[in-house]
Design a protein around this ligand. Structure first.
Ligand code: UDP
Length: 459
């Protein structure tokens, strides 16, 4: 309202700031494209190295038709090795200054389209609220993971106070944390800040969660999330100002044709390969952008896929596929790519199951397409997502780990067969797909939330 009085010409302008990792960039980009479809100007700011990769992965057509301004700021680091060690610390140090400069520059160049709203990843808002306040832009939080995840993070002070957690994020009192009987509990090793066995790493991530908790609590009136109310109602009910707007779909489904923020070029040849396979026959295997599997573990998967006698599409960035004649033996029924257009793959009628690391984006994509899961969590929130999939929604199976710490080829093959034979899992998956579609269709909960948010942005 104030803006409207200030200038007849005033137009909202959103600045979106994701955490620099694939699983954070993609859902925020999808949200931004929906916002831009509503005629609102959006500038999307990536860390420089991510920005370069997003541009390199975009087709020329995408670049020409892109409805969002893409820009970048430095993250203060030079190499991938530095990033592995010090990304969070460097972002904390550099984001406030770099973002302030960027907003000043944008505002100076666009006096009728100054940044009016900053939508920032929940991981970053603790370092951004001062900037947005100074620049007179509203701060909105975006949670790319589950509602359960942020519900747990928002409870951290209470969990410490009640003696359930210590100040490093370790479970103290019971063997698990339970926020509601309608949500899976978190066992000791399933908390979203458990990133490795290194205590130092865990402390950094836990501290980051605490900063996010304080900032969400104090500085934001809107917390947008890539989930839908019917999927996680008890988690949603625990969070003030919560606004689920998912599932967020990519370009091929939304109106505008541009990129979904992928940082690797998608190998679309797998789509024509899928066209040639029987309906519901293909095993799709993908572990997202971060999980690293040992050579022994990759060998077990390869053997399981070979023994399964089913067609499979495997996203793998290792050279394993050329070893031991594996590729030659499975050539008839296999497709191996370095990066797939995953949403399109999952929506293809030939897909029969999804062997997944259960990253939240993959979880939302698989369930929105009605695909049963074989769960292979790696770290962070992925164990809790597995519990949702297997215990709460009953749309997948988990894999047992053997005495060598591996998911054996025998176990993988056995569970794949069980999954293909299980009609109730398939029926549950189709029910969830229907619920997901309804939530973003006319009068659906997520669509209504999104429209309310857009009305707010335009005021
Ligand atoms: N993805 C993709 N092509 C692939 C593998 C993954 O486009 O070959 C996308 C996938 O659709 C998802 C994102 O990468 O949107 C991965 O996010 P997720 O939260 O599942 O896992 P993360 O990479 O963060 O572990």
């Amino acid at each position: 309202m104030e803006h409207q009085l200030a200038s007849q010409e005033w137009r909202p302008h959103v600045l979106a700031v994701p955490f620099p990792a694939q699983g954070h960039v993609m859902p925020l980009m999808k949200l931004c494209r929906k916002i831009a479809d509503q005629g609102i100007k959006v500038t999307f700011v990536n860390a420089e190295h991510i920005h370069a990769k997003v541009l390199a992965a975009m087709s020329d057509e995408d670049k020409n038709q892109h409805c969002i301004e893409l820009t970048s700021i430095p993250d203060g680091l030079q190499t991938e090795e530095d990033r592995k060690k010090g990304l969070i610390e460097s972002l904390r140090r550099t984001i406030p200054r770099n973002l302030t400069r960027l907003i000043e520059k944008i505002n100076c160049e666009n006096s009728d389209e100054k940044i009016s709203c900053v939508i920032a990843d929940t991981t970053l808002i603790g370092w951004i609220h001062d900037v947005s306040q100074k620049m007179e832009a509203e701060l909105v939080a975006f949670q790319p993971g589950a509602a359960a995840d942020i519900a747990l993070i928002l409870q951290i002070p209470k969990l410490i106070q009640d003696g359930n957690l210590d100040t490093n994020g370790f479970v103290m009192k019971n063997d698990f944390i339970n926020l509601s009987n309608e949500m899976p509990p978190w066992r000791r090793n399933e908390l979203p800040w458990i990133v490795s066995s290194d205590l130092k790493d865990q402390k950094i991530v836990f501290e980051c969660c605490q900063i996010a908790q304080q900032a969400v609590h104090q500085y934001t009136k809107w917390l947008l999330c890539n989930t839908f109310y019917e999927l996680e109602s008890s988690a949603c009910n625990l969070i003030p100002n919560f606004c689920p707007v998912g599932p967020l779909f990519c370009s091929k489904i939304s109106k505008s044709p541009a990129s979904s923020g992928s940082i690797l070029a998608e190998d679309t040849t797998c789509l024509s390969w899928l066209d040639k396979q029987k309906i519901g026959s293909v095993i799709y295997v993908s572990f997202g952008s971060l999980a690293i599997l040992s050579q022994d573990q990759l060998n077990e998967i390869a053997l399981a896929l070979e023994l399964s006698d089913r067609p499979f599409l495997w996203v793998v960035r290792s050279n394993l596929a050329n070893k031991n004649g594996f590729l030659a033996r499975v050539a008839e029924r296999a497709k191996i790519v370095e990066w797939a257009p995953q949403e399109q793959v999952l929506s293809h009628s030939s897909i029969g199951c999804f062997v997944s690391h259960c990253g939240w984006n993959s979880t939302m994509e698989g369930l929105s397409m009605g695909v049963p899961f074989l769960c292979w969590p790696y770290f962070l929130d992925q164990f809790h997502n597995q519990n949702y999939i297997c215990d709460m929604w009953k749309i997948g199976l988990r894999l047992n780990i053997d005495e060598n710490g591996l998911r054996s080829s025998h176990e993988i093959k056995r569970k794949i067969e069980m999954l293909f034979a299980d009609n109730s899992i398939k029926a549950n998956a189709l029910k969830l797909k229907d619920m997901a579609r309804k939530s973003v269709s006319e009068s659906g909960s997520s669509l209504q939330n999104f429209e309310t948010f857009i009305d707010h942005l335009k005021k």
